[in-house]
Design a protein around this ligand. Structure first.
Ligand SMILES: [Zn+2]
Length: 346
């Protein structure tokens, strides 16, 4: 396992952590809600894209400079923050203290709008940003230039791999144990829809019957047109091969360590990468239901430790900003066929 130390004084700024893929829902929390930590304990991830301040307005940036930042259509503002910022759970941070005049937030926490708000206790350098305001998954982001990664001396377990997707613990059901809709699912759905729009160039699709249709169908119907010439969609991944011929689009999991989409050997056709936990649920639905599968309580006995089943018709809706931000980050958004999704053209 690794630790991150201060580049200035060498103080250890994290507990021992191991790398995993950047969660799909990293930047997409639910409006006005408090969220749990983004990262599991003892893990870290790296965001290759520029994130955080300074933000510059689209009018000042222009199309070419925005594209270099990974933004391919008009948005309100473009991040010129560092690439490769490192995200950990707040509980894995060590020897850092808040910088009082950088602790602004919207209402219930800090959001890092003024740049790094955590200083190294050893030397006082600004090294990281805590973000825990409403609408944000709780995180601490280490500035890549302010820290150095070192071996911790503690042995790491096997790195995350495709086999992990068979673990029932890996599956993310669309409904939380308390009966509420999963915010992670809604973000994953928004991101997946953006990829589906991009690879189909806004054409109709036919989803496979079963959980994909049940859980994606309503969102796809709102987003993509109906009509002839529909593209076929199928689930595929490690151990899961759709019946031939190959569907036009494969819904595949992202690798738990690299985040790269799974691909059948030798195949370079269209794929839509999914949050691996969401993919694992679609492949094994119903095996993680928090609702007892059999049996009923005796009449007159009231229990409050089982969740209520979700209301009929209550299905996860795609996160709107996750959809829009993901699509803005895909070069395909420049296609004339996707004009209706470009903010500047509306
Ligand atoms: Zn230091």
């Amino acid at each position: 396992m690794d630790v991150f130390v201060c580049a200035g004084c060498g103080a250890e700024l994290t507990a021992p952590v191991s790398r995993v893929a950047l969660p799909v829902h990293t930047h997409h929390g639910a409006w006005e809600e408090l969220h749990p930590p983004l990262m599991e304990p003892a893990t870290y991830a790296v965001d290759p894209r520029p994130t955080g301040p300074p933000w510059r307005r689209w009018e000042e940036v222009g199309e070419e400079a925005a594209a270099r930042q990974g933004v391919y259509t008009r948005v309100y503002s473009v991040s010129f923050g560092a690439r490769n910022r490192i995200v950990i759970a707040p509980g894995d941070s060590r020897s850092m203290t808040l910088i009082p005049d950088r602790c602004d937030g919207y209402c219930r926490g800090v959001d890092g709008r003024a740049g790094p708000n955590l200083a190294c206790e050893g030397c006082g350098r600004a090294v990281a940003t805590r973000m825990d305001d409403c609408g944000m998954w709780q995180t601490v982001w280490l500035e890549p230039d302010a820290v150095v990664r070192r071996p911790s001396g503690r042995p790491a377990g096997p790195p995350p791999g495709w086999d992990d997707l068979r673990d029932p613990e890996h599956r993310v059901p669309p409904v939380e144990p308390d009966g509420s809709l999963s915010r992670r699912w809604e973000a994953a759905l928004g991101v997946a829809l953006a990829h589906l729009v991009a690879v189909t160039e806004d054409r109709p699709v036919v989803l496979p019957a079963g959980p994909v249709s049940d859980l994606f169908g309503h969102a796809v119907a709102r987003c993509l047109p109906a009509g002839p010439g529909a593209r076929s969609v199928g689930l595929a991944g490690p151990g899961i091969h759709p019946p031939p011929p190959r569907p036009d689009v494969l819904l595949v999991p992202r690798h738990p360590l690299t985040g790269a989409p799974w691909r059948p050997p030798g195949d370079d056709g269209a794929v839509v990468p999914l949050d691996s936990g969401v993919w694992a649920y679609l492949v094994h639905p119903g095996e993680t239901s928090p609702v007892p599968a059999t049996g009923l309580l005796p009449e007159g006995v009231l229990r409050d430790d089982y969740p209520l089943p979700p209301c009929p018709g209550d299905r996860p809706m795609p996160h709107r900003r996750a959809f829009a931000d993901t699509l803005a980050g895909l070069p395909e958004i420049r296609s004339p066929r996707l004009r209706r999704f470009r903010e500047g053209d509306r």
